[in-house]
Write a protein that binds this ligand. Structure first.
Ligand code: COA
Length: 374
């Protein structure tokens, strides 16, 4: 049996393909490096759901529906405040609040519910980010683009066109990625005949873990800890000597540098060229990346451990002034596109996912005889 189901094919999908040895990611037919810098999140979402690009009318209609779905009612905003003030993390707040998105929506079709979930998870992620930072969350603007509006809600001010484009690139880059753990969780839930909200909430739980979506915060912390390029070797050596994993490196499928790292690195450079973000931190990060790859090659010679998407996610989101505590909630906002697309695809397939297990426990144990009465 493959440990961690490594290499096991558990679904057929037209949504995305990850080719680990070649370092290629195809999203609904498009190479990620061709799609992500050009498509808006709305266009990518339509593509994932419908397997083709939208016409201008379809694109505008989806943008309007998504905009309406970003409007959160006051009870949900109050719930967010309550759970954050009780000490919940942003991802726990997102999981709790996402459960409310189908309240009173029983009449919606799966596709309508998918719009509500993608718009709602985006608005929740941005609102939680603002509230976690102690700022009022700006109300959604349903006429704005999804990327622009998420930044506006989160930062409390209108972002530049360059910033909105950078966030679009991020959202599209990570909108889907084969049968990753959270997407698999969503497909398992839907396969039982359960609802789309149930699937998305399960996926949020899976994404929270540091081995999946929780890595970019610690990846940024590593770069900040290094502080100056001359300390990179020493700091990284210290982490590896303590048996720690370097966050932002290694991947279950890729055996070369994650192609998404390249796309997000380019988006960072474009943002810096537009006068935003912190180019000095990015230069330091590139030194850290090179040193980490060098030391990882010596540390685990039998395993290729290269930069993954989370390293440049950290740099790009930091350049967009997204606080590290909400990096993973924004990841959820993007991946909600893939989760819903997979849920719709799994629903159409209509077959229960129910693998077998290999039993390694004992057998025929006899129940202990009752102790004789004194
Ligand atoms: N830093 C240091 N060592 C690492 C490592 C990392 N980032 N990633 C893997 N390794 C080591 C493991 O400790 C293991 O060594 P061992 O055999 O001596 O125990 C070996 O490489 C294989 O690791 P394994 O856990 O089997 O690989 P995997 O395919 O299950 O792991 C990840 C994939 C992503 C979970 C893993 O690389 C990781 O934890 N990376 C850091 C977290 C991260 O960036 N996650 C975001 C993924 S997009």
């Amino acid at each position: 049996m493959a440990s961690g189901l490594e290499g096991v094919v558990a679904a057929r999908t037209r949504i995305s393909d990850v080719e680990g040895a070649a370092g290629r990611l195809t999203i609904a037919g498009y190479p990620v490096e061709g799609l992500a810098p050009r498509a808006t999140f709305e266009e990518a979402l339509f593509l994932l759901w419908s397997d083709r690009l939208p016409t201008p009318i379809e694109r505008d209609e989806l943008a309007r529906d998504l905009g309406r779905a970003r409007i959160l009612d006051s009870a949900v905003r109050a719930l967010i405040d309550r759970v954050l003030s009780a000490g919940s993390s942003p991802m726990d707040a997102l999981r709790i609040a996402a459960c409310t998105l189908d309240v009173g929506q029983a009449a919606l079709s799966d596709r309508e519910m998918a719009v509500r979930l993608v718009g709602g998870v985006g608005a929740l992620a941005a609102t939680i980010g603002a509230r976690f930072e102690g700022r009022p969350a700006r109300p959604a603007d349903p006429r704005a683009s999804h990327a622009w509006d998420l930044l506006a809600i989160l930062r409390g001010e209108a972002p530049s066109a360059a910033a909105a484009r950078a966030l679009d690139t991020y959202l599209v880059t990570v909108c889907d990625h084969g049968l990753n753990a959270s997407t698999f969780a969503a497909r398992v839930v839907i396969s039982t005949g359960s609802g789309l909200t149930d699937a998305v909430v399960a996926a949020i739980g899976a994404l929270k873990g540091p081995l999946h979506g929780g890595a970019p915060g610690p990846a940024l912390a590593l770069v900040r800890e290094v502080e100056t390029a001359d300390r990179a070797a020493e700091v990284i050596r210290g982490h590896l000597a303590r048996g720690e994993r370097l966050m932002g490196f290694g991947h279950r499928v890729y055996r070369v540098r994650d192609p998404r790292a390249e796309v997000l690195d380019a988006a960072c450079r474009a943002l810096h060229a537009a006068g935003e973000g912190d180019p000095a931190l990015a230069s330091l990060a590139r030194v850290v990346e090179a040193e980490a790859c060098r030391q990882l090659a010596a540390h685990r010679p039998g395993r290729v451990l290269k930069t993954n998407v989370e390293f440049y996610t950290a740099l790009l989101l930091d350049s967009l002034r997204v606080p590290p505590a909400v990096f993973t909630t924004l990841f959820a906002a993007a991946r909600a596109a893939g989760w819903t697309a997979h849920a719709l695809e799994q629903r159409a397939e209509g077959r229960l996912i129910r693998p077998s297990s290999e039993y390694i426990g004992g057998r025929d144990r006899a129940w202990p005889a009752p102790a004789p009465a004194c």
